[in-house]
Design a protein around this ligand. Structure first.
Ligand code: GLA
Length: 384
């Protein structure tokens, strides 16, 4: 039985009724890391790993959520809605909270969820839960939200109930994903264009360090704040500036470096990454994967040395593949401090590269490396 059927079955068993079923995918991001909350662009795609949600309304005020992957269960109420002391329920409750804030009368709900997105691996399993919840409520309560509105509701849930001041990339990718395409999302205008990414020449392979850093949310919020402080320093001289996309390296040298070496490094990484992404889009159009891969290595170096969000395991994985002629590019992906590296590998060499990296990882850290081959798929949808 597939995951979706298991979730649906569990719902029937617990609630003796037919659920509405929703699917929301995780994402990869080719390039453009930590640029979204800095109003730059990103280049994600939705993947073939999803969160599935089964949902139905109740006639009372109760919220009943069962997380199949944890075999865990919470029961609470719509009114007054409070945060849970555990983390996972807050991705669901946070969305209910945002929807209520928009004036919607939310009824009691039965929810069962689960999926096959590896957890805390930088593949946005959390955004997939908030998106699945938003899409579910939109459908069941007939709210008529646009996809952008749903992405923003899911993002606010994470800001307000989970405490991570995330950008919009993950939620957007989960909703707007398109098979065979990456999404060039401009996070200043919240508009996107699709760029075809359908090639048999190279494959996107993820190496999962298995490292789950519990400090990620505080370090993430700190990076966001540091970038903002850097922007303020430049703004004092150029009030017309909105964010880092309007700032040049020269401005950073002139106005930020003398004030703070740390803020300078953070901002310089982002300014360079914004430029790299523009070049990467041209590479993609030309199918120049060598050039794209080179930029991915540069991104990793920036994330490691200037933005300081990498970790020993990610660095090791990137260094290990760098010498291989079969690997075009590699970098840590997502917020950082663990999770996956994303690798661009010639298709016919994937098995060979994977085997040798697995072996090297085991020798170095004594741990088995998990490897995911992903395909780029459509975004979230109501299944029935
Ligand atoms: C996390 C956040 C995103 C983005 C990435 C880093 O995945 O949720 O908004 O900032 O980190 O690029």
């Amino acid at each position: 039985m597939g995951k979706l059927e298991k979730i649906a079955d569990k719902f029937r068993q617990l609630h003796n009724s037919e659920p509405v079923l929703v699917r929301a995918p995780g994402r990869i991001n080719l390039i453009g890391e930590h640029t979204d909350y800095n109003l730059g662009s990103v280049l994600p795609g939705a993947i073939d790993k999803c969160i599935y949600m089964a949902i139905g309304t109740r006639s009372d005020n109760q919220i009943n959520v069962y997380a199949a992957d944890y075999s865990d269960h919470i029961v609470t109420v719509v009114d007054p809605l409070e945060k849970a002391w555990k983390l996972w329920p807050n991705y669901v409750l946070g969305v209910i909270n945002e929807v209520k804030k928009l004036g919607v009368q939310v009824p009691g709900l039965n929810i069962v969820l689960g999926g096959d997105i590896p957890l805390a691996a930088g593949l946005s399993s959390s955004a997939a839960i908030t998106v699945a919840t938003t899409v579910s409520l939109n459908y069941v309560l007939d709210l008529g939200f646009s996809k952008l509105e749903m992405a923003q509701i899911a993002q606010k849930a994470e800001h307000n109930f989970v405490g991570v001041q995330c950008g919009l990339m993950d939620q957007y990718a989960s909703l707007f994903g398109k098979k065979g395409h990456v999404i060039k999302l401009d996070c200043n205008t919240n508009q996107h264009e699709y760029i075809p990414f359908e090639t048999t020449e190279v494959k996107v392979v993820l190496f999962d360090t298995g490292v789950k850093h519990h400090l990620v949310s505080s370090a993430y919020n700190e990076r966001r704040e540091q970038c903002q402080r850097g922007v303020e320093l430049v703004k004092a001289h150029h009030p017309e500036i909105i964010g880092l996309p309007d700032i040049t390296e020269e401005m950073l040298y002139k106005y930020v470096k003398p004030e703070s070496e740390l803020l300078f490094r953070r901002c310089l990484y982002v300014v360079q990454e914004i430029e790299r992404l523009k070049g990467a889009c041209e590479d993609l159009v030309k199918n120049d994967f060598e050039s794209l891969g080179g930029k991915m290595f540069e991104t990793h170096a920036g994330l490691k040395d200037m933005y300081e969000v990498s970790c020993e395991e990610c660095d090791f994985l990137v260094d290990t593949v760098k010498a291989s002629m079969n690997v075009l590019g590699a970098r840590m992906m997502g917020a950082g401090f663990g999770g996956c590296t994303i690798n661009l590998i010639y298709s016919d060499a994937v098995d060979k590269v994977t085997e040798s990296v697995k072996q090297a990882y085991k020798e170095k850290f004594g741990k088995d490396l998990k490897v995911y081959l992903t395909s780029i798929e459509d975004g979230a949808e109501v299944l029935k």
